[in-house]
Design a protein around this ligand. Structure first.
Ligand SMILES: [Zn+2]
Ligand SMILES: [Zn+2]
Length: 280
């Protein structure tokens, strides 16, 4: 059993740049033991990266046919990255619980403002700055707290296998205000957050998508010690949209985990999440 795995992968059904089969072929060529496709699940309003509702059935059929086609080469799994929008639309919603999936990722990309409005916080730094200034009157702390409150609501609601990019807001918050993740209030918030995650027994992904370009993991590298302290199980994922990037950051993430005292990562083995020893 090696640690060559990735369960966070986008394809043409959402905002990935290649068909799902190209990712599977690349994973096989690189010797991956298992791989998961996890398109952005449909949401009830226009978005340029989520799957269209009417494509969901095709998605299930296509990934299942790939599973069958490559069953002798790789363990292939079908998932979805599901947005937590609010109490009525989230990974625990019956539409997603009744969809035949091997696993579900719970993620927050939108924050609910008032009764109707959703704002995208996983956007360009320029757009994020406009959001902070126009919707939050320049109060970045209020926005960051709103993000983590939404994450906490998602964790309370459940319905997912692991938490996607658990502190993704840090990327844009850091571009808005350098050093923000080292501020006292942020550290206190993060301590409480991971303590809560541990109490709920959730699995957290180490998201390596921004490692190559920005030297950022999600959760941030500076908080790996907290994950260890609270005994939170982790799964390393590339969150890739391009077949050539399925292995980006994985080795560096595993080294970082080892240096914090982690000995195992979670991987899917014959359909079940197992603790697999880190061997690099
Ligand atoms: Zn995401
Ligand atoms: Zn993603």
């Amino acid at each position: 059993m090696n640690n060559l795995t990735n369960y966070h992968s986008h394809c043409l059904y959402c905002d990935g740049v290649a068909p799902a089969e190209d990712f599977v072929k690349e994973a096989i060529a690189m010797g991956f033991s298992s791989y998961g496709i996890s398109s952005h699940a449909p949401i009830p309003f226009e978005s340029c990266w989520n799957m269209k509702q009417e494509k969901l059935t095709d998605y299930i059929v296509e990934i299942n046919s790939l599973k069958e086609k490559y069953k002798n080469d790789i363990e292939l799994y079908i998932g979805l990255e599901i947005d937590y929008l609010d109490k009525t639309y989230n990974p625990a919603s019956s539409i997603f619980q009744t969809t035949p999936l091997d696993y579900r990722i719970g993620s927050v990309h939108f924050l609910k403002i008032g009764d109707e409005q959703f704002i995208d916080i996983d956007t360009s730094p320029e757009q994020f700055k406009i959001t902070v200034e126009t919707i939050f009157n320049g109060d970045i702390i209020k926005l960051v707290r709103h993000y983590f409150d939404t994450m906490v609501q998602m964790i309370e609601t459940g319905g997912f296998d692991f938490i996607g990019h658990a502190d993704k807001i840090s990327m844009n918050a850091l571009s808005y205000r350098q050093g923000i993740t080292s501020e006292k209030w942020y550290n206190e918030l993060i301590q409480d957050y991971f303590h809560f995650i541990a109490e709920k027994g959730c699995m957290v992904e180490i998201n390596t998508k921004a490692w190559k370009k920005k030297r950022l993991f999600f959760p941030n590298r500076q908080h790996f010690s907290l994950l260890r302290k609270f005994n939170i199980p982790v799964v390393v994922n590339a969150d890739t949209h391009h077949p050539s990037r399925i292995n980006d950051g994985r080795i560096d993430a595993l080294h970082a985990l080892l240096s914090e005292g982690f000995t195992h990562v979670r991987q899917l083995v014959k359909g079940e999440w197992k603790d697999v020893i880190i061997s690099i």
